[in-house]
Design a protein around this ligand. Structure first.
Ligand SMILES: [Zn+2]
Length: 321
């Protein structure tokens, strides 16, 4: 059993068939977490669908109605790069609800993961790059609206820059956005995040991890978030079809551990979302995402150990007084 909750719904799978976006990965990750004995059925929570008000806190009314009615132009559908359907809209509203729930559970338990979401290319007024609704932004706005948090940090390690995140939170001092991505890759243009780390093509584990660590250090020096949303892309992987970096599976696991380590040492709750992954073998993408959950489990265990130690030391100093 896991020390935190996983958020999942079978309807995350869009059944897109041979599409480059492997939407079946959500189901495969869910199944592998169970079959590997990492999670038990009771570790999973089903999300409620985000309310229309939640969606409208981030997206324009015009875009919202276009999505609801399917009244998108051909160009708008092309830009989205996933076929429009009623099921797509259900899945996007659910994924946003899933990220809201992941945020809430992270605030309660320290950690939580949406086995979906991370749709960081969605803009307020349009969708693009397989992203329709910006679930992480919807979740942050909802948590802020509920006064559960004031300040959030988004750490985005997908190989593609988080342009939607940057556009939504640009100029908003309550949300610190960090994106580490390949410079010579979609999207163009890249609106500025709080911190953009533009990596050259073909960078490997050691260089990547050193650069990420330096920037995480600076980010936590400058900003004290009450929650961290992790957009953990599997596509910096060297076997990725849409990425041009050269991280190994082990390097990606160390990347996750590094982000979680910073959050843990600053006592910041972490809500995980998955984002992209287009490895030649879909099993690799699934394994990378499963490894992210394992990384969170290890960090949560470390945190519990430290808390117990702190408690027993406090107890001892109190009895010695
Ligand atoms: Zn990506």
């Amino acid at each position: 059993m896991l020390p935190f909750k996983l958020i999942y719904d079978g309807r995350y799978d869009l059944n897109l068939g041979a599409h480059v976006f492997p939407s079946q990965k959500y189901r495969l990750i869910h199944d592998q977490l169970l079959s590997d004995g990492i999670a038990k059925p009771e570790d999973f929570l089903a999300p409620e669908t985000a309310t229309d008000a939640d969606i409208l806190a981030v997206h324009s009314q015009e875009y919202f109605y276009k999505l609801k009615t399917g009244n998108l132009t051909y160009a708008e559908k092309l830009r989205m790069e996933v076929p429009y359907s009623k099921e797509l809209i259900v899945a996007c509203w659910l994924a946003a609800g899933g990220s809201i729930l992941a945020g809430r559970r992270a605030l309660e338990d320290g950690w939580a993961a949406n086995i979906g979401g991370g749709f960081h290319h969605a803009y307020p007024d349009h969708g693009e790059g397989f992203c329709v609704i910006h679930d992480v932004a919807v979740a942050i706005r909802r948590l802020q609206f509920d006064t559960a948090i004031e300040r959030a940090m988004v750490v985005d390690t997908d190989v593609h820059q988080g342009n939607g995140t940057a556009a939504i939170f640009g100029g908003d001092g309550t949300v610190f956005t960090l994106s580490i991505h390949q410079e010579n890759n979609y999207p163009y243009p890249k609106p500025p995040s709080t911190v953009d780390i533009n990596l050259p093509d073909g960078i490997g584990d050691e260089d990547y991890l050193a650069i990420l660590e330096k920037h995480l250090h600076q980010a936590f020096d400058h900003f004290a978030p009450q929650i961290l949303f992790y957009v953990g892309g599997a596509d910096p992987y060297r076997e990725d079809q849409l990425g041009g970096l050269a991280l190994t599976m082990e390097g990606l696991a160390r990347r996750d551990a590094l982000v979680f380590d910073y959050a843990r040492r600053h006592s910041v709750p972490v809500a995980i979302t998955l984002a992209g992954g287009y490895a030649r073998r879909v099993g690799d993408t699934v394994q990378i995402h499963v490894n992210t959950i394992l990384g969170a489990r290890a960090a949560a265990a470390q945190q519990n150990k430290e808390n117990r130690k702190e408690k027993s030391e406090k107890g001892r100093s109190e009895t010695s007084r």
